[in-house]
Design a protein around this ligand. Structure first.
Ligand SMILES: [Zn+2]
Length: 90
């Protein structure tokens, strides 16, 4: 019985040590990537909504269209053309 308790305590200790190591690795990784991007603009993953189909897509992947001083973003060329046609009609 005592042996069992000792084993479980050891197991818990090992678990916490591993957990701490993983945490340390993680924070080190963040610091590494942080310094890597020094001088460079960070990757902007701003989500923009397509006014035609309502889908959200990353700004850097989206197609943009300037319409009357406002920039609109679209998921595809098809949506952009559709939007352009709609604006022309109205
Ligand atoms: Zn779309």
């Amino acid at each position: 019985m005592v042996r069992f308790i000792l084993l479980s305590v050891l197991f818990l200790l090992a678990f916490y040590v591993i957990k701490g190591l993983l945490k340390g690795l993680k924070s080190r990784k963040v610091l590494k990537t942080g310094s890597k991007h020094d001088g460079k603009p960070p990757v902007t993953d701003i989500l923009v909504q397509d006014p035609v189909c309502g889908v959200y897509c990353a700004k850097r992947d989206a197609l943009s269209l300037n319409w009357q001083g406002k920039t609109y973003y679209f998921c595809s060329d098809k949506c952009r053309n559709k939007f352009r046609d709609q604006q022309k009609k109205s």
